[in-house]
Design a protein around this ligand. Structure first.
Ligand code: TMP
Length: 210
């Protein structure tokens, strides 16, 4: 996959601390003078946010076909690349995405069982060269993730309401990505203090921005 400089994504199962670490990372980079564009996936552009509503609606649990899910995540991504990511990269900004194509690899490819080949082919079509030069996976056991999520409360969306086995497979997918694509995926142990995790995240990003 051809990658785009200054484009980064953070990945992980729910509760892995992505949002907190993106907050910390964006603050750190901005204080160093970088212009940073941050977005979440699926989402980040109006059309992509509308697709997100469809994807996460609990009413479609057991109704939405796996291929529909795969295509909708890619449709949301195509729009946010077109409208937000590519223009920001062209303007010299750093782009930080809360999830991107490695989510599709882990959730649809691994956990739904659609397979890496199919996901990669579609990713190529959707992203072209607009693919993160580095993705950081915040790794956490499913048990630790469940504990953190239970403390948060709220009604689970369609994906969050999947069983623990589903998330075990998601985690396996992320670890496989870190093993097989180590040139652009780094796995960081998220079961440590916020400061320790942040230090690792920042030094991985600094190494790419040099
Ligand atoms: P979020 O709640 O972390 O914003 O992510 C939305 C959900 O969508 C989350 O459960 C992960 C899932 N997801 C996929 O299954 N495939 C994808 O390609 C993306 C980006 C997210």
């Amino acid at each position: 996959m051809q990658t785009a400089k200054r484009f980064f994504s953070l990945e992980g199962i729910d509760g892995s601390g992505k949002s907190t670490h993106i907050d910390m990372l964006v603050r750190a980079l901005e204080s160093e003078g970088y212009k940073v564009v941050r977005l979440r996936e699926p989402g980040g552009a109006k059309i992509s946010e509308r697709i997100r509503e469809l994807l996460l609606d609990p009413a479609f649990k057991g109704v939405m076909a796996d291929d529909t899910e795969l295509l909708l995540y890619n449709a949301a991504r195509a729009q946010v690349i077109h409208e937000i990511i590519q223009p920001a990269l062209d303007a010299g900004s750093v782009v930080i995405a809360d999830r991107f194509a490695w989510s599709t690899f882990a959730y649809q490819g691994y956990a739904r069982g659609l397979g890496a080949d199919k996901v990669h082919r579609l990713t190529e079509l959707t992203c072209g060269g607009c693919f993160p030069e580095l993705t950081i996976v915040l790794d956490l056991t499913v048990e630790a993730s469940r504990k953190r999520m239970a403390n948060r409360g709220g009604t689970p969306d369609r994906l969050e309401s999947e069983k623990a086995e589903f998330f075990e497979r998601v985690r396996e997918g992320y670890l496989a990505a870190g093993r097989d694509y180590s040139d652009c995926v780094s796995v960081v142990d998220a079961d440590r203090t916020q400061d320790e995790v942040h230090r690792d995240v920042l030094s991985l990003i600094h190494a790419k921005l040099k």
